[in-house]
Write a protein that binds this ligand. Structure first.
Ligand code: FNR
Length: 363
């Protein structure tokens, strides 16, 4: 099922480009504007160098991470990526099965093409891989126009056993011109009268329109905090002052992200915004980061700069398109095995050993 010759995530990307319909491929890959931020997400990682330490004692080495009371096989989770059935008929069901096999967490999008209940059931039915911890399953929330509709989604996620809520705050206003292929839809939003943040086509005018009246504000974060006991992460934090505000408004974790370059072109790489945010947050809460993670060495760089874990976006869909469950599991395995190798060569036996002194600028 896994084609021969795949040695890195980039190989899945190359093969997926030929397999996916052009419109779906463009939707998956493209950033907004001129693609400056998409490019930055990669350039920034490539500028960071690594300084090895020799002769480490690797006898008890591990990539394990405990996060919100749950064990993760590695500090790598699958980012919320909408509409995964554009890549594979099983969509998110295949992705959660792969995550379960690997003991990696998955964040299901509000815009998933499979219901959140079916995804949770697929996790429960899947056999964890040998020695893998039970995979975490978190729900990514887009606030809906009505608070009752938002709460319905949160209550459904709670009832289905999701272990955290990720509130994405950076994409309330986003231009999408992608017409979903037949049979693919945001099934979790069925029954919601006016679903917000789907593929709503934004007209030329934003200010003064109903959309501008209903985009989420800080007070909505405080409200949500009061409505659920699940850990609440805020995804899309880039400015240190917003990190401070998110903490004040009740966040339990932050995700430093520019939404894979899909929202505001000209944003710096997420990895370049991480250290300043980590300096503010300190040890208070986990900080996750995404955007351009493609190698185990990228994971190490992110952790050295203060991340607790990273999220993988587009590559999960590339692997899904090429080889379904096996592909996603293989992609996670490759990334983790690259991470182990990098840690060994850097002389890091636990994630806590991955400190800033392992980094050095590349000229
Ligand atoms: C996304 N992303 C995203 N984020 C989110 O919070 N909810 C969502 O529904 C989606 N949907 C989505 C669709 C597609 C096609 C892409 C590519 C991305 C953003 C995603 O979670 C993550 O932040 C980025 O994808 C990370 O960057 P990389 O790994 O793709 O470079």
């Amino acid at each position: 099922q896994i084609p021969p010759g795949i040695r890195a995530l980039a190989d899945y990307e190359r093969l997926a480009a030929d397999l996916m319909p052009p419109a779906s491929w463009t939707y998956l890959q493209d950033g907004t504007g001129d693609g400056l931020t998409v490019a930055q997400n990669r350039i920034a990682f490539d500028r960071i160098g690594l300084l090895p330490r020799i002769l480490p004692d690797l006898r008890n080495a591990t990539t394990q991470l405990d996060l919100f009371g749950q064990r993760h096989a590695a500090p790598i989770l699958l980012a919320p990526v909408a509409y995964q059935r554009i890549a594979h008929p099983d969509g998110e069901l295949a992705t959660i099965r792969a995550a379960t096999a690997m003991g990696c967490g998955m964040i299901l999008s509000t815009l998933a093409s499979v219901t959140l209940e079916e995804t949770a059931a697929a996790r429960a039915a899947a056999a964890p891989g040998l020695g893998a911890p039970p995979a975490a399953l978190w729900f990514q929330l887009y606030m809906q126009e009505g608070r009752a509709d938002t709460l319905t989604l949160v209550r459904r996620a709670e009832a289905a056993g999701y272990e955290a809520v990720v509130l994405t705050v950076d994409a309330s206003i986003k231009r999408t011109a992608f017409a979903l292929p037949p049979g693919v839809e945001a099934v979790n939003l069925r029954g919601i009268a006016r679903p917000a943040h789907t593929s709503q086509v934004l007209g030329p005018i934003l200010f003064g329109t109903p959309l501008a009246q209903t985009t989420p504000r800080w007070e909505d974060l405080s409200w949500l905090r009061g409505e659920t006991r699940l850990p609440l992460l805020v995804k899309g934090v880039m400015a240190p002052d917003d990190a401070r505000l998110a903490i004040e408004h009740g966040a339990d974790g932050l995700i430093v992200s520019n939404h894979g370059g899909r929202v505001l072109d000209g944003m710096p790489a997420a990895i370049d915004c991480l250290a300043a945010i980590a300096a503010i947050v300190g040890e208070r809460m986990p900080i996750l980061v995404d955007g351009g993670i493609r190698r185990g060495t990228d994971v190490v760089k992110a952790l050295a700069l203060g991340a607790t874990a990273v999220l993988l976006g587009r590559p999960q869909v590339h692997a899904l398109a090429v080889a379904g469950v096996a592909g996603v599991a293989h992609a996670l395995l490759m990334l983790r095995s690259e991470l182990e190798l990098a840690m060994a060569q850097l002389g890091c036996t636990t994630l806590a050993d991955i400190t800033p002194d392992r980094l050095t600028p590349l000229r």
